[in-house]
Design a protein around this ligand. Structure first.
Ligand code: 13P
Length: 250
């Protein structure tokens, strides 16, 4: 039985005051969650959030990481640093990083391996654009993105990782994939991995991301191959995020 996960990707939002309020609100209600709960603040607020969640079940994640451990990499943040401040997870390959910051499959694969090497767990994101969906090549696109890590790190590496299927057209648009659309791709992802390692595939958590909110979370989370969500906009309001954390069967 896979433990569901709900992770909040706060992206580049918030201030000291608003983030303190947000995490305090989440902490107050997290006892009800039927999922492992993870929050991924902007780098600079991670230590502050770590202090608030200390001793609770809330886990910390980062939104990005440098593939190198230290040295002359101006503006970057390394795995040892993230570990040092209490992170357990790192989002890798988010479509915003692929589209806006030039992260290729090769870069995401390097980062994925570096996260694991540092004893952290990647939340590896894949997903097609609207154009790709309309061309009917969704499966080829996610298969190609997955191959980047399967060919370098191998299927066994997924024992310590989480996948997130995030259709680009559903991110921040209010247009959620239907439960059937999402389930179809999740099932495809799991079956692809099962061809390499059936046990790993069965235990692997695959999150859905893209305009998940309190109104659609229960139905999405109840799909057999959807093991929770990676939440953007709705994770910035404690009540909405908590409602997603308690929704459905997971
Ligand atoms: P939204 O929930 O705002 O659509 O964002 C999803 C996402 O990109 C999470 O990583």
């Amino acid at each position: 039985m896979r433990q569901p996960m709900v992770a909040g990707n706060w992206k580049m939002n918030g201030s000291s005051d608003s983030i303190k309020e947000l995490i305090t609100g989440i902490k107050a209600g997290v006892g009800e969650a039927n999922a492992e709960v993870v929050v991924c603040p902007p780098f600079v607020y991670i230590p502050m959030v770590a202090e608030v969640v200390a001793g609770t079940a809330i886990k910390l994640g980062a939104q990005n990481m440098c593939a190198q451990d230290a040295g002359a990499h101006t503006g970057e943040v390394s795995g040892p640093m993230l570990k040092d401040v209490g992170c357990e997870y790192v989002i890798i390959g988010h479509s915003e990083r692929r589209a806006m910051y030039g992260e290729t499959d090769e870069v995401t694969a390097d980062k994925y391996s570096a996260v694991l090497k540092n004893g952290l767990k990647p939340i590896f994101c894949i997903g097609e654009t609207l154009e790709e969906r309309e061309q009917g090549i969704t499966e080829q696109v996610v298969a190609h993105q997955l191959d980047a890590i399967l060919k370098t790190a191998g299927a066994a590496s997924l024992a310590n990782a989480v996948l997130a299927y995030e259709p680009v057209w559903a991110i921040g648009t209010g247009k959620t994939a239907s439960p059937e659309q999402a389930q179809e791709v999740h099932a495809f992802i799991r079956s692809k991995i099962a061809k390499e390692d059936a046990v790993i595939a069965e235990g692997l958590r695959i999150l859905y991301g893209g305009s998940m909110n309190p109104a659609n979370a229960a139905e999405l989370r109840s799909q057999s191959d959807i093991d929770g969500g990676l939440i953007g906009g709705a994770s910035l309001k404690a009540d909405d995020f908590l409602a997603i954390c308690v929704a459905g069967q997971g």
